[in-house]
Design a protein around this ligand. Sequence first.
Ligand SMILES: Nc1nc2c(ncn2[C@@H]2O[C@H](COP(=O)(O)OP(=O)(O)O)[C@@H](O)[C@H]2O)c(=O)[nH]1
Ligand SMILES: [Mg+2]
Length: 253
Amino acid sequence: MKDVTFLLPAYNEELSIGTLIKKIQELYQNSHIIVIDNNSTDKTASIASKLGAEVIFEKKQGKAHAIQKGFNHSDSQYVIMLDADNTYDPADASRLLELLKNDDADLVMGSRLSGDLEKGAISRTNVIGNYLLSLTARLLYHPISDVCTGYWAFRKEVVDYLLAVGIDCSGFEVEAEMFAKVSKGNFSIREIPISYKKRTDQAKLNSFSDGFKIFKTLINYKMKSLEMIFLVFTLLTALISFFDISFLRIVIV
Ligand SMILES: Nc1nc2c(ncn2[C@@H]2O[C@H](COP(=O)(O)OP(=O)(O)O)[C@@H](O)[C@H]2O)c(=O)[nH]1
Ligand SMILES: [Mg+2]
């Protein structure tokens, strides 16, 4: 068993997948590369398997389904997830891994906003949107500067935890949901700067509709914990009043 698995969720990425796989193979010869093809209609799957990557297929459309499928297939101690559009640099993975292996981190996220961002790689609208979403994530959960990043490194324990609690969403809210859930678990989360380049073709993410879904996801998972706290508080209050009343009755009698 290889100790590092690279998960590449891909939907029609024939222009970038080959270059990305070759780079990973050059840098991490002893790693397992899994491409999760999500109904691509182009040559993504054939290019990937010709290069020796394992290709698995997810029929349910959406990045979240693909990631979940990839988690189910990885059995190594460390799992790196990165987008298949060749915008992230596989060389950065060694620094993410270093923190998992030698620094007791359980989850390491790569921040594009605090890193080496190629000019025009993220539109101004998306920079503002990402800043607001990360601010929300920071206020509600844990310090973070780029909650929407597509570059994550997990210890197996975090992957198992996410599989156990499940991933509920289907699309680009997946990063927000994973961040909210891991923040609530007892894990050490770190973030380091990474580089990020322009995509060669059109992004699949829609800044406004996906941005709104990500925001809703961050709020919803916080509300769920608040609901739990409220429920426990109500039950405790009910129990205390019940015992108080019974106690008073005993005293009166
Ligand atoms: N599995 C899967 N991956 C997707 C889907 N849509 C996009 N992706 C992948 O998710 C990653 C991020 O998508 P992208 O359009 O680049 O969004 P952005 O990087 O957030 O602008 C890329 O690797 C895409 O191939 C989908 O429906 N299913
Ligand atoms: Mg992208």
